[in-house]
Design a protein around this ligand. Structure first.
Ligand code: SF4
Length: 350
């Protein structure tokens, strides 16, 4: 869910196209999405909702409270935030709705040079102030760190920082070429393999913060060791990951395509949740031309790439922004993340 397009920061590597505009989600859009989830309540599945794609906290506590109050009980809400606006009132709301908090911060201060305010000044002090409020209130939080330079020692610094601030989980994203950011990390795949090997080695020596990337590799190995064949993994359906934009347009397969257009197929949407129920939009998504092209890309990955069992092959935004097409396969991003973390796990030293 995209409660607003606006962000109060202007990070140098941000890909969001409308982050300087304040386009907030109206109640009609929110209720249409929440209504779909209410209809699935008897399915036995718990629904998780991630609020992101802008800085969600800029809508204000009262408006966000109204948004969450429309969702059925039992919905697992999570928020991706730069933490700069977190105060006691936000913590009260996180407690009230049991919102899981994930903070975007890139390691210790000197690794956050790209995180800047709208005036171009460093955002670091404001980020750490927000994290301090979370810690004072005892609210658990995850950390998502963008890394541009995987130089030796970088993984050690990022992991040590996550431990020092008391994060529960650490996720890593190599800086991407995506959306309005045209220049991702220029480091080669070998440097990223070494980065992940160092990261996993740090974690093994001091396993106090869960590592998202090591868990995804471990899940894959665990599945194969429990007797699930690679062919079975590769025949699993593609996760639709419906993203509801502020205006109700629904994008599938990658939140990062929301708000962008394909030169031939037009906007990356499968329809609007205000005009058609979400389940109908998802049911028909496979016949939308740009989705068909993206699914052809997943097929190509699963047929040709030896990392597909771990990666799944469904990264249409990176394919589109790097290769100019959705039905391609390998990108710098997948070499730097999916391939490198798999290799890094094998090289990690006890
Ligand atoms: S690692 Fe890259 S090429 Fe391989 S399956 Fe994943 S996205 Fe496709």
């Amino acid at each position: 869910m995209q409660p607003t397009t606006f962000c109060n920061l202007d990070c140098r590597y941000c890909y969001l196209p409308d982050r300087s505009k304040r386009l907030d989600m109206p109640a009609t859009v929110n209720r249409a999405a929440a209504g779909a989830v209410a209809r699935w309540r008897d399915s036995g599945h718990r629904v998780g909702v991630l609020w992101h794609a802008g800085e969600p906290l800029t809508v204000g506590v009262r408006k966000f409270d109204e948004l969450l109050s429309d969702w059925p009980d039992g919905t697992a809400h999570q928020i991706q935030t730069n933490a700069t606006l977190i105060d006691e009132a936000w913590c009260d709301l996180f407690d009230r709705y049991q919102v899981r908090v994930s903070v975007s911060v890139d390691g210790p201060g000197d690794m956050n040079a790209g995180r800047v305010t709208r005036g171009g000044g460093p955002a670091w002090r404001r980020i750490t102030a927000g994290i301090a409020v979370l810690r004072r209130r005892g609210i658990p939080f995850h950390v998502l760190s963008v890394v541009r330079d995987p130089a030796p020692g970088a993984a050690r610094s990022v992991y040590a920082h996550a431990c020092a601030i008391g994060a529960e989980v650490l996720g890593i994203l190599p800086e991407e070429t995506k959306g309005s950011h045209g220049e991702g990390s220029s480091a080669d795949r070998g440097a990223w393999v070494a980065f992940f090997a160092e990261l996993f080695t740090q974690w093994r020596a001091h396993p106090v913060v869960r590592l998202r990337e090591v868990e995804s590799v471990a899940n894959c190995y665990g599945a194969v060791r429990s007797g699930i064949t690679a062919a079975e993994v590769l025949s699993m359906p593609v996760e639709p990951i419906p993203t509801v934009a502020y205006n109700g347009e629904v994008t599938v397969m990658s939140p990062d395509l929301a708000g962008f257009r394909h030169p031939e197929h037009g906007a990356f949407t499968v329809g609007n949740v205000v005009r058609r129920p979400l389940e109908e939009l998802l049911g028909g998504a496979g016949s939308v031309p740009w989705v068909r092209e993206a699914l052809a890309g997943v097929d190509a990955c699963r047929r040709t790439c030896r990392y597909a069992v771990a990666c799944g092959g469904s990264w249409p935004a990176n394919k589109f922004f790097e290769l100019g097409r959705l039905d391609g396969t390998e990108t710098n991003f997948c070499r730097n993340l999916h391939q490198a973390k798999t290799e890094g796990a094998l090289l990690c030293h006890p």
